[in-house]
Design a protein around this ligand. Structure first.
Ligand SMILES: [Zn+2]
Length: 237
């Protein structure tokens, strides 16, 4: 829930001797300048203009600017514009901008790191893969680099699909004891199609990425992974 509203803050007040109250005929008035502002969660976020009124110190009657005596309009307008808008009226905006730049910087660094990992692949890098053609809800799985040789990269895959991107395997999940290779061009295509959604390196033991699940070769035939593009399916010794 977002709580927002319009607030107003008194910036200046000054007595005006010559203007008497139209309500009680008191001999003087007080001129008051307000800053109006938009607030988010009670924090002034940005100013939306100033307001000037005449008030009566005796009966509290308020006269709006448009009803000011003609000979007071000019000096009151000058007074209103001469009162500066306090900087803290932009507090909320400053917080929002700081937050946006923080998030943007974070994601920029993540992107840089990811593309650096991708351009300089290493054995044991783990790729989180998104398979949009997977018909079950489990569209995410992992590939782990087992070998890099010339123009081809060998991978192993984990056993299970996941319904969301994650940076660790379930306790019963692990990478299988088979590897297959793709050409670097094919891997680059996966990356450009956003099928590689994250790259993990220097992960710790709790990620489960070092776990190997021994499986038989039949599993490979069952898999939905894109083995048509893969070559050299081998048992990992
Ligand atoms: Zn009055």
């Amino acid at each position: 829930m977002i709580i927002y509203g319009i607030g107003s803050k008194q910036l200046k007040e000054a007595p005006v001797e010559k203007i008497s109250c139209v309500n009680c005929e008191h001999q003087s008035s007080v001129v008051v300048v307000y800053q109006r502002y938009f607030d988010l969660f009670w924090i002034p976020t940005f100013p939306i203009g100033k307001k000037i009124v005449l008030t009566c110190p005796n009966c509290d009657h308020v006269v709006k600017e448009k009803n000011f005596p003609e000979d007071f309009k000019r000096s009151s307008a000058q007074l209103k514009s001469s009162v500066p808008t306090p900087k803290y009226m932009f507090s909320g905006l400053a917080i929002i901008l700081a937050f946006i730049s923080y998030v943007a910087l974070g994601s920029y660094i993540d992107d840089q790191m990811e593309s650096d990992y991708f351009n300089n692949p290493q054995v044991d890098d783990v790729y989180a893969i998104y398979d949009e053609y997977e018909t079950s809800g489990y569209k995410y799985y992992f590939m782990k680099i087992t070998q890099i040789e010339g123009d081809s990269i060998s991978f192993t895959v984990n056993e299970y699909g996941y319904s969301a991107i994650t940076s660790e395997l379930l306790p019963e999940d692990g990478f299988i004891n088979y590897e297959f290779s793709y050409s670097k061009d094919f891997v680059r295509e996966m990356y450009s199609l956003d099928e590689i959604v994250a790259i993990y390196r220097e992960y710790d033991e709790s990620s489960g990425f070092n776990r190997i699940n021994i499986t038989d070769s039949l599993f490979m035939e069952d898999m939905n992974y894109d083995l048509d593009s893969a070559e050299n399916v081998n048992l990992i010794e």
